[in-house]
Design a protein around this ligand. Structure first.
Ligand code: PEP
Ligand code: MG
Length: 593
């Protein structure tokens, strides 16, 4: 049997399928009399879930870095969201229902709201809401379990239940509403095993690692698994933009989504071909052999790449190219250093804002930028100023509702409209420059005037620091080239700044008029389109004519089929996600001129 789906993460895996079932698929509508006690149970479970998520955050941070862990900070914030808390409390009070049911109903309501939105990114947040609901329900079940004594296995509980209730529900035997609540409590606790309550999902516990198949998998569930126990991941529902998908890629786990697999696959032998988007169940010996060979080639490649960690990024005929890393937080710098990055070509500072429920203070930002500068030990760290807007939104900014957010108020436009926020960030960046080699970069530029205004504000900040006797160092100033206007004006812009970094992700979207968030436009969103490559060439030429350097920090920088072409164009720096550094180094070392 062959099933196809969407590629979330490439790679080949061979092994047995293990089906993962959600723990809270059986929440029932139990009636309660003491609503206050039920609300207290909910509050307690919510706090317990937050503590559990904090642990998952630490695990994800250690194993996957900041980009992989950030979602769990968002989950903690969602749990404190007043709309969520009020809705659960109200449901318990008004309808006298058990906390488990109130949490599940509230999460279903909010996730349906997200799913109905016409923005793919927001639709993917529905899974986050269901995820936090499941975690609170798991905690509520632990309290039921504690109240009913020591933990028992499902089988033991079922035996006991049959003896107490026969095979029917209490109303069938004429019992009271309290009796039904007790039955429901028991029913809830009966579904929880000792292993589940310990926080580890009850799969992948056999002697061999497995291919995990699920209807849907929440990020917190995936992050809890021991990576060495999972070979690959296949889900029926889920978006390639979801946080589960991002985690799978960060974990380098071959993964597919949108696979309409049938019933009864548990225990069957299967192959995942991540790049082809295929799940092959019960393959014949010839197919198995073909994929074993493919897997061996992948392993050999990984081994070969790991040997390049300490090697130079230099062409066969000795031309050296700067190969840097794109990071979303300080912890990602460790992976960049491990694989020998020459610096940080793009620090997406907006992640500091997106992970918070209020503006990060100057001090918080300073600490993060200083830590990155110190970690990189003199290698250049390019801090891109806040690129909020479009799909990156934080409530406390109160950005206007826009019909076309990617054509709206974002990047430098927000910073110039809100100089208070911009100045706080620039102060933090300038102060951090005493601790390493720090540069600043302005995003979403469309005019010379914007660059001059940004530089003017940076100058004002310098004067303020001087007046306060606060030290700062030399900070190069650059811009991102990610709009057709900036390409067109690149000759003029080169006179204003120290460097260009080409953001091909947005440049593709704006040059080809194709929303980068919309999977329905994938066929139009082609970063290798001749217009985009022509723009890169023009920008590099105009940079060099103006005496400055130009790099690429969009995803296209990691496309190794273009590495040679980029070097021929004269690109001075390629900046890629840490996971791609070694691939690109290998490609550069193959080039000759
Ligand atoms: C880009 O647009 O290419 C870029 C690097 O910025 P971001 O992906 O953060 O918009
Ligand atoms: Mg961009």
């Amino acid at each position: 049997m062959i099933f196809s789906g969407k590629t979330v993460s490439e790679g080949v895996a061979l092994g047995r399928i293990e089906f993962y079932r959600k723990k809270d698929a059986d929440v029932v509508r139990a009636q309660v009399d003491d609503t206050e006690a039920e609300i207290a149970r909910f509050e307690q479970a919510k706090e317990d879930a937050k503590r559990e998520i904090a642990k998952i955050y630490e695990k994800a941070l250690a194993e996957m870095g900041e980009a992989g862990a950030a979602i769990f900070e968002v989950h903690q914030m969602l749990l404190d969201d007043l709309n969520f808390v009020d809705a659960v409390t109200e449901l318990i009070e008004k309808e006298k229902v058990g906390a488990e049911y109130a949490v599940r109903a509230t999460c279903d309501h909010f996730s349906a709201m997200f799913e109905a939105m016409d923005n793919e990114y927001m639709q993917a947040r529905a899974a986050d809401v269901r995820d936090i609901g499941s975690q609170v329900i798991a905690k509520l079940r632990e309290t039921v379990q504690a109240a009913h004594g020591e933990k028992r296995t499902v089988a033991e509980k079922c035996v006991r239940k049959q003896a107490e209730y026969g095979s029917g529900r209490p109303e069938a035997t004429g019992e009271s509403a309290e009796g039904q609540a007790a039955y429901d409590d028991e029913k809830r606790s009966a579904t929880v095993t000792a292993e589940e309550s310990a926080g580890e999902p009850p799969v992948c516990a056999g002697s061999e690692p497995v291919i995990l198949v699920a209807d849907e998998l929440a990020p917190s569930e995936l992050a809890r698994f021991d990576r060495s126990r999972i070979l690959a991941l296949v889900t029926r529902c889920g978006s390639v933009n979801s946080h589960t998908a991002i985690l799978a890629r960060t974990m380098k786990l071959p993964a597919l989504t949108g696979v309409e697999f049938g019933e009864g696959l548990d225990g069957h032998m299967a192959i995942i071909d991540g790049s082809a988007g295929l799940l092959l169940v019960d393959p014949d010996e010839a197919t198995l052999e073909k994929y074993r060979t493919k897997q061996k080639e992948e392993t050999q490649r990984e081994r070969f790449l790991s040997e390049l960690r300490d090697k130079e990024t230099v062409t066969r005929d000795g031309r050296r190219i700067r190969l840097c890393a794109n990071i979303g937080g300080v912890d990602d710098a460790d992976a960049a250093l491990r694989d020998g990055a020459d610096g940080i070509g793009l620090f997406r500072t907006e992640f500091l804002y997106l992970g918070a429920d209020d503006f990060p203070s100057e001090e918080e930002q300073f600490e993060a930028y200083r830590a990155a500068a110190e970690k990189m030990q003199g290698r250049r760290v390019i801090l891109r100023t806040l690129d909020i807007g479009a799909d990156k939104r934080a409530d406390y900014f109160h950005l206007p509702h826009e019909a076309n957010p990617s054509l709206g108020l974002r990047g430098i436009r927000v910073s110039l409209e809100r100089p208070d926020i911009f100045k706080t960030q620039l102060r933090a960046i300038l102060r951090a420059s005493c601790y390493g080699n720090v540069a600043v970069m302005y995003p979403m530029i469309i005019s010379v005037d914007e660059v001059r205004r940004a530089k003017q504000i940076a100058e004002e900040v310098r004067k303020e620091l001087d007046a306060q006797n606060i030290p700062y160092g030399e900070v190069e100033q650059g811009i991102m080239i990610e709009t057709p206007a900036a390409v067109w004006l690149s000759k003029e812009l080169a006179r204003e700044v120290d460097f260009f970094s080409i953001g091909t992700n947005d440049l593709t979207q704006y040059m080809l008029a194709a929303d980068r968030q919309d999977p329905g436009l994938d066929a139009f969103y082609d970063p290798r389109h001749p217009a985009v490559l022509g723009a890169v060439r023009t920008v590099v030429e105009n940079a060099h004519k103006g005496g400055i350097w130009a790099g690429i920090c969009g995803e296209l920088a990691a496309d190794t089929s273009l590495t040679e072409e980029f070097l021929r164009m004269g690109v001075d720096e390629l900046s890629v996600a840490p996971a791609h550094i070694l691939d690109v180094r290998a490609a550069v070392r193959e080039c000759t001129f």
